[in-house]
Design a protein around this ligand. Structure first.
Ligand code: NDP
Length: 285
């Protein structure tokens, strides 16, 4: 029988992209399952995106991840969007289905899957999200589509919180409110799940955490953070001290990668291996 040396290509387009860790866990997963896939971490400048997408089509790549600054700019180059990507208005994953490029957003799905792994369902729950940027938007929309009872957005820039909450209510029918993220703000009564989706805490050396009244966190709450590179964030440490159950941002990243893996290969991802690989990359073991 003749051998097949052809690689199936996936990867990420972004700028900056050098420190994007996704490729390491995807490649480990491809190797573990003996799949002929390669994940390429490719710097694509803003103005080069059209050429990069043409290249993706020419190479018949199986898909691509998009990161800064391409998540919105890529949309006109695609043939179709999933419902979630269309509502979120941003794409982080493209699937090439026989030449048709389909845009999906797996950020929020990764977070919801991470909740599920930890026995936390969002159906009928009141979610409170700190932040109104890309990650907050993806989590809020997926939670609403999954049947959350209420979604409250707190953001430093109030206008963005209001725009996001109005969009959630209009597009999904889930009640939603936008509030200011003021110093020492209390977490609303009745909150079931509290998410830090701001980028505060991303740089652990600054030791920062959102400026909320941590005494308003109660033991019945599930508290999670999107920050993944040093996942035991000061935000989660403070929530844990109040007796809340915490879920770290590494789970979101691993599960997002696992969703992408399944979309591209059709196979279930070896999640434990992917998490171990990332932990090694971040020097967490
Ligand atoms: P954006 O730039 O789109 O949004 C940043 C958000 O943080 C905004 O709401 C902004 O508020 C808020 N913010 C930033 N600094 C402050 C501050 N000093 N005080 C108050 N609010 C602040 O970023 P993304 O949504 O793309 O990313 C957010 C985080 O999510 C990053 O840490 C990223 O690494 C992480 N992430 C994690 C993923 C995972 O898999 N775990 C996946 C995707 C992202 P304002 O509107 O007022 O500026």
């Amino acid at each position: 029988m003749s051998k097949n040396y052809r690689a199936e290509l996936v990867g990420v387009f972004g700028d900056p992209v050098d420190e994007n860790p996704t490729g390491v866990m995807e490649e480990a997963a491809f190797e573990a399952l003996g799949l002929p896939f390669r994940y390429l971490t490719i710097r694509v400048r803003r103005e080069e995106l059209p050429g990069a997408i043409a290249g993706l089509r020419a190479f018949n790549m199986r898909g691509i991840n998009l990161t800064i600054p391409h998540k919105i700019a890529v949309i006109p180059h695609l043939d179709e969007l999933t419902e979630a990507a269309e509502i979120i208005g941003a794409v982080n994953t493209v699937i090439n289905e026989g030449g048709r490029l389909i845009g999906e957003n797996t950020d929020g799905k990764g977070m919801l899957e991470s909740f599920a792994e930890n026995g936390c369902e969002v159906k009928n729950k009141h979610l409170v999200i700190l932040g109104a940027g890309g990650a907050a938007r993806a989590i809020a929309v997926e939670a609403a589509l999954a049947g959350a009872g209420q979604v409250t957005i707190l953001n430093r820039t109030l206008k963005k919180a209001r725009e996001l909450s109005e969009m959630i209510a209009n597009r999904t029918g889930v009640p939603s409110e936008g509030l200011p993220l003021l110093p020492e703000v209390r977490v609303p009564e009745g909150t079931d799940v509290l998410v830090n989706a701001t980028s505060i805490g991303l740089y652990p050396d600054t030791g920062s955490r959102p400026d909320i009244d941590y005494d308003s966190i109660t033991p019945g709450m599930v508290v999670t953070d999107v920050v993944f590179n040093d996942p035991n964030t000061r935000f989660l440490q403070a929530a844990e001290k109040r007796g809340a159950r915490t879920i770290n941002g590494l789970g979101m990243l691993v599960n997002q990668g696992a969703v992408n893996f399944k979309l591209w290969t059709g196979k279930d991802a070896p999640k434990a291996l992917m998490e171990r690989t990332l932990r090694g990359e971040f020097g967490l073991d």
